[in-house]
Every structure is written in structure tokens, then in C-alpha cells.
Design a protein around this ligand. Structure first.
Ligand code: SF4
Length: 294
């Protein structure tokens, strides 16, 4: 991992982040965090009763047009932190009772995250570490985290590259996410729990987008065919339309309950046993956190 010729994600910009340059993701030399807190809106085995120790990293390697965390993913809102400051944040969250450390969108800070995790484990970090990612990853970089990450939580956003190009500017996303999940499963496929909290394994998230039920079914087919019930699937219904009507009118509506239920029933008929399903009403801007403004 080398920031002087950054190739941390599939974009492989090759730019020198150590000397003031930024690539597609907008990240520079220092890691930037938008927020850290005890977060209760993840899957139950991640949030538990006390909350997940969530660290939101700013900037992003994708440009999803419907992103709910736009201020940190596109506008770099947040605070610069060193690896040792990140380490202190993890320990503080552990002290507050967090069930785990949940790194949200860590890909473009892989180097700093690795350093901070090694430091934190030396200083007494005991709770599981969750790598919560868009899934747009290079397996070579993920392999650097073997033994440091306990739970991988990637999205699997798109089945067809026409949509990953249109909505996230990443035509290669479908192939990249498959390779990334393969590497994640190699590292931690066996699911383990302690007191109802996930301590090892892979949870793949899919957010159903309006009109893309066919693609969602193909993703579930793929995951079940390749991993059976060894990985968990989180089927999400919380798509929230943002103000993108001009260019993407087809995204200016919520996902209907009928469409969502059809997908859940499809997964069940296929034989998927380990899935998280969202209750009706888990939609809205109240789920978007307030990020640091400095
Ligand atoms: S992490 Fe950022 S700078 Fe590095 S290759 Fe990816 S998009 Fe480019």
C-alpha cells in the first residue's frame, strides 16, 4: 500500500497523495472522519443493545447519485485524523461499551486504517472490527487485512454494469465486488457469534433500488449459488429518493413494499436461511446522521 502512487481501489489512479494530489475519491494524505458514535441502526447482530462503534470515513471511491451521506462522501466534510488518533477513537468507543468497531467506507484509507488497527490491538482493542464497504475493492488490498478484520460487511449494489456505470461511475463494479467477496469469504467465512453479536463472518448488503428487482434477484442467486448459507444477506428496503429528478427521474420514488416482499420471498424460496429483512417504515432522512462540520 503506497500513497505516493495510490492504487488502493480499482480506480488505480496512481497519483501521489503524499504531495497534495487527490484522485477520483477526493482523499489526500490524511484520513478524514465525518463522525464517530455508538450507532443503533445497523443489523441487530452488529448494533446489539449498546450500539456499534461506528467510524464514518469521509470521501468515497464511488459516486452514487442517490448517496444519502453526500456531505461526507462528496464534500469531504469532517476532521483529519492520524493513525494514532484513530486508534484512540476505537479505544474510546470500546470504553463506552461498543459491541464492535464499525469502519464505514474505509477503502481509500486502507493504509491508515491498517496502521491504526495494529496500534489499537497492541493497546488493548478486544472487540470485533467490522469492515463496512461499498464492495468496490481490490482483493490484493483486502488481503492486507487478514487477521485484523473480523466481520466484512460489503454492499453488492449492482448486477449489470450499465447501472453501476450510470449510477456510480464504475462500469467494472459487478466484477470487482464478486472478487472482493471471494477474498472476504476466504478470510472469515465461518460465521461466529457471541451473545447474539457477530464476531466473525461476511454479511452482504443489497439495497433494492426502484425498478431493479430483476438485478436484485440475480445478486441473490449468485450469492446463494456460490456461498450457500455460509454468508448472510441483508436485504435492504430503505432507499430514499433524493433531489436527482432531472437526470434520474426513475429514481425519484421509493421502493414499493410489494416489490421488496417479492424479493424476500424469492430469497426464501431459493433456500436462503440467513437473511436480514427490514420492517416496513425503515425509510427516511432520520437515518442520515449529522456529520462533523469542521
Ligand atoms: S483510493 Fe482514491 S486516489 Fe486511490 S486509487 Fe482509489 S480513487 Fe484513486
Amino acid at each position: 500500500m503506497d500513497l505516493s502512487q495510490c492504487r488502493l481501489c480499482p480506480r488505480e489512479c496512481g497519483i501521489d497523495r503524499l504531495n497534495g494530489k487527490t484522485g477520483f475519491c477526493g482523499a489526500g494524505k490524511d484520513a478524514v472522519i465525518g463522525l464517530y458514535s455508538l450507532h443503533k441502526w445497523e443489523e441487530p447482530c452488529i448494533s446489539g443493545s449498546r450500539g456499534s462503534g461506528t467510524v464514518f470515513l469521509s470521501n468515497c471511491t464511488l459516486k452514487c447519485v442517490y448517496c444519502q451521506n453526500y456531505s461526507i462522501s462528496r464534500e469531504s466534510v469532517g476532521r483529519k485524523v492520524s493513525a494514532s488518533e484513530l486508534c484512540e477513537i476505537y479505544l474510546k468507543l470500546q470504553e463506552k461499551g461498543a459491541h464492535n468497531i464499525n469502519l464505514v467506507t474505509p477503502t481509500h484509507y486502507a493504509l491508515q486504517i491498517k496502521e491504526s488497527l495494529i496500534l489499537a490491538k497492541e493497546k488493548g482493542l478486544k472487540i470485533p472490527v467490522v469492515y463496512n464497504t461499498s464492495g468496490y475493492e481490490r482483493p490484493e488490498i483486502l488481503s492486507e487485512f487478514e487477521g485484523l478484520i473480523d466481520v466484512y460487511m460489503p454492499d453488492f449494489k449492482y448486477w449489470r454494469s450499465a447501472y453501476s456505470e450510470k449510477y456510480s461511475m464504475a462500469p467494472d463494479y459487478p466484477e470487482r465486488v464478486k472478487a472482493a467477496i471471494k477474498e472476504m469469504a476466504r478470510q472469515v467465512v465461518a460465521a461466529q457469534f457471541k451473545d447474539g453479536i457477530r464476531t466473525k463472518g461476511v454479511i452482504v448488503r443489497h439495497l433494492l433500488l426502484p425498478g431493479l428487482l430483476y438485478d436484485a434477484k440475480k445478486i441473490i442467486d449468485y450469492l446463494y449459488k456460490n456461498y450457500g448459507n455460509s454468508i448472510w444477506i441483508s436485504i435492504m428496503s430503505q432507499y430514499t429518493p433524493l433531489n436527482i429528478a432531472e437526470k434520474y427521474p426513475e429514481l425519484m420514488k421509493s421502493v414499493g413494499r410489494r416489490e421488496y416482499n417479492a424479493l424476500c420471498e424469492y430469497a426464501a424460496r431459493l433456500g436462503v436461511e440467513n437473511a436480514f429483512i427490514q420492517e416496513e417504515g425503515a425509510v427516511g432522512e432520520s437515518f442520515i446522521p449529522e456529520f462533523f462540520k469542521d
